[in-house]
Design a protein around this ligand. Structure first.
Ligand SMILES: NC(=O)c1ccc[n+]([C@@H]2O[C@H](COP(=O)([O-])OP(=O)(O)OC[C@H]3O[C@@H](n4cnc5c(N)ncnc54)[C@H](OP(=O)(O)O)[C@@H]3O)[C@@H](O)[C@H]2O)c1
Length: 278
């Protein structure tokens, strides 16, 4: 990070579309060793091919992993750690918004499994490589649409399931979890920050389906930012030398913002819950 020309290893999840793809393109252009992670083999390979052929960066690898699955994360991270001793930047970006309550094969509500457990499991498993890099950064993509986290009912067994509530609780958790992670990494040279990309015109809502997905998607088409604008703060947090050592912050549009969920005891409860589930 101090030397922008030094070759670093950067992993971006959800790099097959939207904000993650825009971030991957911008990071590839900086000449890093880039690992683009997706859940679909053909589309992930196509992104790699695009970045290698048109982005003029031969150092791009593709990796496939279903981040809603503990078993898939375990298999992927075992391979990754065998091939990479160090990881300098981890961008936890992959996320879903669902219009129907769905359980994963491992029995978790899909929004929580992907957006929260996915970030936690992947980061915990890759922690040895982040620490080995001595100076590394974790950048988490959250949202301003954040509320209704109920740590006693993350699966919606006691309250009615609603796609917006499930999404909003996952994004509140991303913000709280980042601060718990930053505390654990303090003094290691690894920082952890979280950001809101703005309302962005991507496939997030349409993929979720249903009329709310359609409305969300049309709204973003008309008023949303471009994926490149959404990715800007991610790339800045991942690479700007001026941010060296800055950790535990919530950012939007390259500015540190106040996070209304700051509550150490609640953040620690969330962390303990994720450790127990992971
Ligand atoms: N768009 C917005 O307005 C907005 C606002 C605030 C925050 N965000 C956040 O921004 C992040 C990126 O979203 P986006 O808007 O760019 O949506 P997107 O275009 O749908 O991108 C989401 C990415 O996550 C991947 N993904 C989903 N489930 C996965 C799984 N189980 N395993 C591995 N990868 C998986 C998707 O893969 P596929 O390509 O296979 O679908 C895709 O690459 C999310 O965390 C979202 O919550 C978005």
């Amino acid at each position: 990070m101090g030397d922008p020309l030094a070759v670093r290893t950067v992993l971006v999840t959800g790099a097959t579309s939207g904000i993650g793809l825009a971030a991957a393109r911008a990071l590839a252009a900086q000449g890093v060793n880039l690992v683009v992670l997706g859940r679909d083999e053909a589309r992930t390979r196509a992104v790699r091919a695009e970045l290698v052929e048109h982005g003029a960066n031969p150092r791009v690898e593709s990796a496939v992993c279903d981040l809603a699955s503990a078993a898939a994360i375990e298999a992927f991270t075992r391979r990754f750690l065998a091939e990479h001793r160090e990881l300098h930047v981890l961008v936890n970006n992959a996320g879903v918004w669902c219009s129907r309550r769905e359980l994963t094969t491992e029995g978790h509500e899909r929004t929580w499994a992907t957006n929260v457990l996915g970030y936690h499991r992947l980061t915990r498993a890759l922690e040895p490589a982040l620490r080995a890099a001595r100076e590394a950064r974790v950048v988490n993509v959250a949202s301003r649409l954040a509320r209704d986290l109920d740590l006693d009912d993350v699966r919606f067994e006691r309250r009615p399931w609603n796609g917006v509530t499930a999404y909003a609780q996952s994004k509140q958790a991303n913000r709280m979890w980042t601060r718990a992670l930053a505390r654990r990494l303090a003094g290691s040279g690894v920082t952890a920050n979280v950001m809101h990309p703005g309302g962005v015109n991507t496939g997030l809502f349409a993929k979720g389906g249903g009329w709310k997905g359609l409305v969300g998607s049309l709204y973003m088409k008309m008023f949303g930012r471009t994926p490149e604008q959404g990715a800007d703060t991610i790339v800045w947090l991942a690479t700007d030398p001026a941010l060296r050592g800055k950790t535990g912050g919530f950012y939007a549009q390259r500015e540190l913002r106040r996070c209304r969920f700051e509550d150490e005891a609640a953040e620690e409860r969330l962390w303990a819950r994720l450790e127990a589930t992971a």
